[in-house]
Design a protein around this ligand. Structure first.
Ligand code: PLP
Length: 403
């Protein structure tokens, strides 16, 4: 039974609740649930132990200051702010850009819209107007332009921000290009509002596109990126933008109770991650992307693995490995999904249920090519174990797969 490995109240939404936990016992675990499961490297742990610290609410922590400056420099912005999480980064960015009663235009399946407990409404007092993502992760610039409200109409909220997600998780983590970011920023600025980039996996986009980070961040007024995902740090995200914006975001962080004191012990890991070249954790993401592609290529040949559907892979049929451009592999199984995930977990390979009846496998630091081979063997066995007696998918199981 999956239940043994499942957290959360139910899996009815077909969403994130299907989180298998580590099986007990000594079986080696290949944990592909997310890139958030990474553990700090020995260099990070040493840097954390040795970090010079101070009271960061007083602005006294030299390691936090160094991290914020390093992040701002890498993305070509005036200032940075270290926050506890990606969700807090997006929230303080919204608070820094918006006043109550304004509206943010964002992707229908973006993290801000779906997965941040409606903090835009609960805390910021902002509504959202959603635009469906195209399969390449973009929001159609004309649709965004048309979604602006009429500020002269007393009935309407006032458009205050456009938010995009780069890389874009629900389209199989597609990276958004410099050119697209420029186009959507133009739409924002033509309408007199800023552009925020939820760059939880911004560095995956930089590596996948072979882009210059400053160029990719350049058109945006603020960018949040996570240290605790593909960069392998234990905690934290950084928000960058203009000095004025970061001051407002800093006040917002305090309001939320997110002012941390001797937090250089955490920022130290971020400074290691953001080092240049092989000393840091950015360039090595290319390995994660190659591992994800290899995983997808072989999965695509397996009977029972099919297209993810929805915007992850709109075309039905086999999984298309060319959709894998970063570190996400998203697919459906012509099986009972829960039974399949459970069968994988019992073989020491952890994956998660994703919306639209999908399964998601994410590569990251600590997953080596040999782990990909072992995971593929486990997937093969799990498919055999969970094959329906007739050899046919359970009735209605893939309803919508062709949509
Ligand atoms: C696109 C995106 N934005 C923001 C977040 C929030 O990050 P955190 O879990 O650190 O709050 C996530 C987390 O998975 C994410 O995928």
């Amino acid at each position: 039974m999956l239940g043994r490995y499942t957290t959360g109240p139910s899996d009815e939404r077909g969403g994130y609740q299907t989180f298998p936990r580590y099986p007990p016992g000594p079986m080696p675990v290949i944990d592909l649930r997310s890139d958030t499961v990474t553990k700090p490297t020995p260099e990070m742990r040493r840097a954390m132990a040795d970090a010079e610290v101070g009271d960061d609410v007083f602005g006294d922590d030299p390691t936090v200051i160094a991290l914020e400056e390093r992040a701002a420099e890498l993305l070509g912005k005036e200032a940075g702010l270290f926050v506890a999480s990606g969700a807090m980064g997006n929230l303080v960015a919204l608070m820094g850009h918006l006043v109550r009663g304004q509206e943010v235009i964002a992707g229908e399946q973006s993290h801000i819209v779906l997965d941040e407990a409606a903090s835009h409404a609960v805390v910021v007092g902002a509504s959202v107007r959603v635009i469906r993502e195209a399969p390449d992760g973009t929001l159609d610039p004309e649709a965004v332009r048309n979604a602006f409200r009429d500020p002269g109409d007393v009935h309407e909220p006032i458009t205050g921000l456009i938010a995009i997600e780069n890389a874009n998780a629900h389209t199989m983590n597609q990276p958004l290009s410099v050119e697209y970011t420029r186009r959507i920023a133009q739409v924002a600025h033509d309408g007199g509002v800023p552009l925020h980039v939820d760059g939880a996996r911004f560095w995956n986009a930089v590596i996948a596109l072979d882009a210059d980070a400053r160029e990719l961040a350049g058109p945006a007024d603020s960018v949040t990126f996570c240290l605790s995902k593909g960069l392998g740090c234990p905690v934290g995200s950084v928000v960058v933008g203009s000095r004025d914006f970061i001051w407002r975001a800093r006040r917002a962080r305090k309001l939320l109770g997110g002012g941390m004191r001797q937090v250089g012990v955490l920022a130290a890991a971020g400074l290691v991650a953001l080092r240049d070249g092989s000393a840091g954790m950015i360039d090595r993401m290319a390995e994660d992307h190659a591992n994800a592609r290899r995983l997808a290529e072989t999965l695509a040949e397996m009977d029972g693995i099919v297209s993810a559907g929805d915007v992850a892979q709109p075309a039905p049929g086999p999984l298309d490995p060319s959709r894998v451009t970063t570190n996400f592999v998203v697919f459906r199984v012509a099986r009972d999904r829960a039974a399949f995930i459970d069968a994988c977990a019992r073989r020491g390979v952890l994956v998660v249920g994703y919306p639209h009846d999908q399964v998601r496998a994410v590569t990251h630091h600590g997953i080596e090519p040999a782990d990909i081979e072992a995971a593929l063997a486990a997937f093969r066995d799990a498919l055999t174990e969970t094959a329906p007696p007739s050899g046919k998918p359970p009735a209605g199981h893939l309803a919508g797969a062709a949509a």
